[in-house]
Design a protein around this ligand. Structure first.
Ligand code: ADP
Ligand code: MG
Length: 697
């Protein structure tokens, strides 16, 4: 019997097609991004704000500080040195000059900028060859008449493919008109809001989507505005609830207890050219204990880069194999998966274990035969990318799923594995090289038990780290020349924060060309996120095989890549990166026996905070110590994207920035799970959406 729904038109779940102008095509584009109901649009939050309510004098522009300027075109230059480029010099009454730089433009667009034309531009100035410049600013040509300034801050939304920014803003505006009042929307107990002095949800959402000109822009940009905190606490709560429920639900299902004697494990240990570290042995013992229980293990192993997580995973896999069951090992990229495959083959095949490769690029006949082996159990250990988890891969009897570098996977993908076992769900072992402090682990991994391999194998020489001002680049280039002449290999990592892939790729391309010119005898390669996977891999492989001396890369190389002969790492713009990411990048060297070094190139002047980060890295190589320091340093005031923490990404919350809310979130989660499970349901559904089905399934 159909149930009459009150507030049909203000209901959070009303489909987006109930908005005027949303037809099937638009609906589909929104759905592709997980936006299905009105509520999803309410929660499609701006990723930043632009202040176009004022004009800044060009002379007063600060590098890195976004601003709106207005001036007249002084000069235009079209260049084709490496690729098309358009430079437009603007000057204003402050007698300052600013260059607008474009890499993509149409001839017609270039022609617009006739000298004398009045232009208003918004962007982030950066130091360029000719003073400050804005790369791909948003801009508008003005006639000679009045051009009023904005009277409110402009929200900038995460892009949705196929929907223009203006259109998206309009849609969100329409959705907001249907924000219900009171209990239909507010799910947090009033007590908690009063206690934390946070606004109700309705008010918070309206402010975030339409901040008035006098809103505290600095707080908004830093994510510390009370309206943002109001959303953050609910989102953290939603994730906490969802993870705890998943854990409860999963563990209430059975798993196959792996209780063998560990003969294969013993044989592997005997064959290894090294002894396990005490930490590896301890963590393996914990894993083994979990696996021996008839309910699924849910364990995260944190271990610094190079701490030797893979061999622990291999031993766990052998416990499944010994019992005639299967284990799967998954990595976020083909490159990493391939590395694991090589390692596991080397270790396990001599023991007579059949290791099979299955990745996205395995197609046709090879794929069919691999799938067959996976399905009939011939393949005992299966290694691949998350293609492994796609529908259509049926395991004969998967007992253990090992996921490397968890933060690239996310809970959803991890959970998709639960369907793959025959008797019960598979045990899950998650490995991450991004250690996080205990307090955060409790939240980030509320669904997992956590162990730590907190010791490196003996004999590693710590990476010597130095910080170098960018002006000293010529010395550095000399140093690279010398190192490569001795047969060493080097990475040169180009970073830009919060820029699009495109802009970062451009920067890497520029550095690549400059280094080629400066070091004509070296064999230099380039990888960035804009390359096709095949091209990226070919270059990585060439580097790995010693056919390249120097690899210029963006942060695509950050996780897990293992080239033991690479012993020099240069990180550009190191002052802009977070500690965790710097540490990750540095972990690409120091993997072989040669003494390694890492050069943190920075642009002066350094902020006090940036100086402290670079100092921390110089002082220690211990990922856990660095993680603690990161948490401590990343107090309010310093803006670093969530992306760099290596933690799950949230829409609003940031585990580090909002860490002070966590104790409250934990208490609230307990209370809701016990007292108001239906409210808990609604909170989870609101924020975690699709994944929520796993919680109650
Ligand atoms: P990570 O934890 O970063 O994934 P790996 O598992 O890739 O580290 O191990 C890094 C390197 O150290 C590998 O070459 C591995 O064979 C080696 N290794 C692992 N454990 C030990 C050990 N106990 N002693 C010496 N070398 C080890
Ligand atoms: Mg690894």
């Amino acid at each position: 019997m159909p149930v009459a729904r009150p507030h049909a038109f203000t209901d959070a779940d009303s489909p987006l097609s109930s908005l005027p102008g949303v037809g099937p095509a638009l609906r589909e584009k929104l759905a592709a991004r997980g936006l299905v109901g009105l509520q999803d649009l309410w929660l499609h939050l701006p990723r930043g704000y632009e202040d176009r309510t004022a004009l800044a004098p060009i002379r007063g522009l600060q590098p890195g500080v976004p601003a709106q300027v207005e001036g007249r075109v002084e000069a235009v230059e079209r260049g084709f040195r490496y690729r098309p480029m358009l430079r437009v010099a603007l000057s204003d009454e402050s007698r300052g000059t600013l260059v607008l730089r474009f890499f993509h433009f149409r001839a017609q667009q270039a022609a617009q900028f006739a000298p004398g034309t009045r232009v208003r531009a918004y962007g982030t100035p950066r130091p360029g060859q000719l003073g400050l410049e804005m790369v791909h600013p948003s801009y508008r040509l003005l006639g000679d008449g009045d051009a009023p300034l904005g009277d409110a801050l402009d929200p900038v939304y995460p892009e949705i493919e196929g929907i223009g920014a203006g259109n998206l803003r309009k849609l969100i505006g329409l959705a907001l008109q249907r924000l219900p009042a009171g209990d239909a929307l507010e799910l947090l107990p009033p007590g908690i809001l009063a206690e934390l002095d946070l606004p109700p949800l309705r008010e918070a959402l309206r402010l975030l989507h339409n901040p008035p000109a006098d809103a505290d822009l600095a707080a908004l940009q830093a994510g510390l505005h009370p309206a943002q905190r109001r959303l953050a606490i609910e989102e953290l709560l939603a994730h906490q609830l969802s993870l705890r429920r998943q854990r409860i639900a999963l563990q209430s299902e059975g798993a196959q207890a792996l209780t063998g004697e560990g003969m294969l494990v013993e044989r592997l240990r005997g064959a290894l050219p090294f002894a396990l570290t005490a930490a590896q042995a301890r963590v393996f013992a914990q894993v083994r204990e979990d696996l021996a229980r008839p309910r699924p293990m849910l364990r995260l192993v944190q271990g610094d880069v190079g701490s030797g997580k893979t061999v622990v995973a291999a031993m766990a896999a052998l416990l499944a194999v010994e019992q005639g069951l299967q284990a799967a090992l998954m990595a976020p990229t083909e490159l990493l998966a391939e590395q694991h495959f090589t390692n596991l083959c080397g270790w396990l095949e001599p023991l007579g274990v059949r290791v099979r490769w299955l990745a996205g690029k395995v197609t046709g006949k090879a794929r069919r035969s691999a799938l067959e082996e996976v399905a009939d159990g011939t393949a005992q250990v299966v290694v691949g990318t998350h293609a492994l988890m796609q529908e259509g891969v049926a395991f004969h009897d998967l007992a253990l799923a090992i996921v490397d570098e968890q933060h690239r996977f996310g809970v959803h993908q991890r959970l998709a594995l639960r369907d793959k076992g025959r008797a019960g769900v598979p045990h899950q072992l998650v490995m991450t090289a991004t250690p996080i402090p205990r307090t955060l682990a409790m939240s980030a991994y509320a669904d997992l038990d956590v162990s730590a391999i907190d010791e490196l194998p003996p004999g590693r020489t710590p990476v010597a780290t130095i910080a170098l001002a960018a002006e000293r680049r010529p010395e550095l280039i000399e140093r690279i020349r010398a190192a490569c002449a001795e047969g060493r290999q080097a990475y040169w990592v180009c970073t830009l924060i919060d820029e699009s892939d495109e802009v970062v790729a451009q920067a890497a391309q520029g550095t690549f060309e400059a280094l080629q010119a400066a070091l004509p005898r070296l064999r230099i390669g380039l990888v960035h996120g804009r390359l096709k996977p095949a091209a990226k891999q070919a270059t990585m492989l060439a580097f790995k095989q010693g056919e390249l001396d120097l690899l210029v890369a963006t942060t695509v190389i950050e996780v897990g890549v293992d080239v033991p002969n690479a012993s020099l790492m240069v990180i550009e713009n190191a002052e802009r990166l977070g500690l965790a990411q710097l540490h990750q990048l540095r972990g690409r060297v120091g993997r072989g026996s040669a003494a390694s070094s890492c050069v943190l190139l920075y642009q002066s002047p350094l902020s006090a905070m940036a100086r402290e980060r670079l100092d921390t890295l110089r002082r220690t190589n211990d990922g856990f110590a660095i993680a603690e320091k990161d948490l401590q340093l990343r107090g309010p005031g310093e803006l670093l994207g969530t992306r760099q923490t290596g933690l799950a990404s949230f829409r609003m919350a940031d585990l580090v920035r909002d860490a002070d809310l966590l104790p409250r979130v934990h208490v609230l989660a307990d209370r809701l799970l016990q007292e108001s499970p239906e409210i808990a349901d609604r909170i989870v559904a609101r924020w975690v959406g699709g994944a929520a089905r796993y919680a109650s399934a």
